[in-house]
Design a protein around this ligand. Structure first.
Ligand code: IFM
Length: 440
């Protein structure tokens, strides 16, 4: 019987990731809360409501994270709680975040603090949000307050979560607020976000000598349905440029790619100490002149395995591909998100093992990955999809707030505690992977 253990590096960090609006509850002062009240915006008319009640009791879930042997937790600060009106800081909100970060410290968990994860104060949205160039100085002011108040507890800062997703879903597909379909504006929004990132990077380093600053970048592959078709290849490449390449080109190479800009991105080069990877899936793209912006239509091959709720193709190899791509930057990588929506947990154990196997392969190739954060600990509010896509290792009953561990939580805990994938875990959770992971 072949026996091989997939060991991870000694200081590798295992964690989970969350975002304020998805877990805190009662975030009534941001643009998402408003959006949720509008009919037809969220699947099945769902609302974030009390979410996972972290504002009152994140500590109960921190206990779960600790009991699983996790050593890192990515959470975000809710701008609309901290800055209730332009320039008006609510110190009691900052106190609550200090309390949460202290609670993590008490449990031996290191925080990674995201400063913006999709939700904006309503007052900012009313001023045009990220399409208004003034957002860069508004964001800097907010970041300054947060870093000064929380710097005692955190040194790892993630400025923005997925600016490419924010711009695409809010300004091209129109399924996130403000619900626009305007490519020019999407490009402007992305440009301002990246400029705000660069400004925040410099500011945080001025405020905190030990700071390590990065950004969580969502990479989604766009592969041509027919690799021999020049038109399929062309539209797949356009989507890849817009979605995947503009962000790192600006904040690492210091170059604006169209349509976000043209030529040098002054003052933006090398504004990353690390890059965060959020990886979930890929799309196969076919040329279709009626498909709207980009002329690409998403297709699936008949044999493609899909994730629940239309979340896309199950494609774990993409994680290794994305890591190889990011390795070209030559800086440390954190996997800031990776996960799968799966109510009955019949795909997640295999998904976890396969994604971690591809991560392990990347590590063997000396790709400098320092941590893995699973999305997510507890089922939470999945934006326009409401509560229909359960990503949690732990299931939550929205009505009672009762938590129930899924088998994947035990699997992930065992991997984190042992810092390895063992044959026993493969046999117990996904024996069908034996031929791939333990070949004779
Ligand atoms: O829930 C989201 C998260 O807020 C951003 N990245 C993708 C996750 C799953 O869709």
């Amino acid at each position: 019987m072949p026996y091989a253990i997939y060991h991870f590096p000694p200081n590798f960090r295992w964690g989970v990731a969350t975002a304020s609006h998805q877990v805190e509850g009662d975030n009534k002062r941001n643009q998402w809360w408003n959006w949720e009240q509008q009919p037809g915006r969220i699947a099945e008319g769902h609302r974030s409501g009390l979410a996972c009640n972290w504002w009152q009791n994140a500590e109960a879930d921190f206990d779960y994270a600790m009991s699983m042997g996790l050593t890192s937790l990515r959470l975000s600060i809710e701008w609309s709680r901290v800055e209730v009106a332009p320039g008006e800081i609510d110190t009691t909100a900052l106190d609550r975040y200090r309390e949460m970060l202290q609670a993590l410290k008490d449990r031996g968990i290191t925080p990674m603090v995201t400063l913006h994860h999709f939700s904006d104060p309503l007052w900012l949205a009313q001023k045009g949000g990220w399409s208004n160039p003034a957002v860069i100085s508004y964001f800097s002011h907010y970041v300054e307050q947060v870093v000064q108040a929380l710097g005692e507890f955190a040194t790892c800062w993630c400025t923005l979560n997925e600016p490419n997703v924010y711009a695409s879903l809010g300004y091209i597909r129109g399924v996130f607020p403000p619900g626009e379909q305007n490519i020019k504006k999407a490009a402007l929004v992305l440009r301002h976000m990246l400029q705000a990132h660069a400004a925040a990077y410099k500011l945080i380093h001025r405020l905190q000598a030990a700071a390590s600053v990065g950004l969580a970048h969502n990479i989604r592959f766009f592969d041509p349905v027919n690799p021999r078709s020049p038109r399929d290849r062309m539209v797949a490449r356009i989507q890849d440029l817009w979605f995947n390449r503009t962000t790192t080109a600006a904040i690492w190479n210091g170059i604006w790619l169209p349509p976000v800009g043209y030529g040098p991105a002054f003052g933006m080069r090398h504004t990353l100490d690390w890059i965060g990877l959020n990886y979930y899936t890929r799309d196969l793209i076919a040329y279709d002149k009626n498909a709207g912006p980009g002329y690409g239509r998403v297709e699936r091959t008949p044999d493609a395995e899909l994730m629940d709720g239309g979340y896309g193709e199950f494609y774990p190899e993409g994680l290794a591909r994305a890591l190889r791509r990011l390795a070209r930057l030559g800086i440390p990588i954190h996997i800031t998100e990776n996960g799968i929506p799966d109510t009955d947990d019949d795909q997640r154990p295999r998904a976890l093992l396969l994604h971690l196997y591809h991560l392990w392969r990347a590590l063997q190739g000396n790709i400098p990955v320092q941590s893995y954060h699973h999305w997510t600990l507890v089922d939470n509010f999945e934006w326009a999809e409401g509560w229909t896509l359960p990503f949690g290792l732990i299931e939550m009953d929205l009505r009672t707030q009762k938590r129930k561990s899924r088998p994947s939580a035990d699997l992930y805990a065992a991997i984190a505690r042992g810092n390895a994938i063992t044959p026993e875990l493969i046999d117990a959770y996904a024996p069908e992977l034996r031929p791939l992971l333990l070949p004779v």
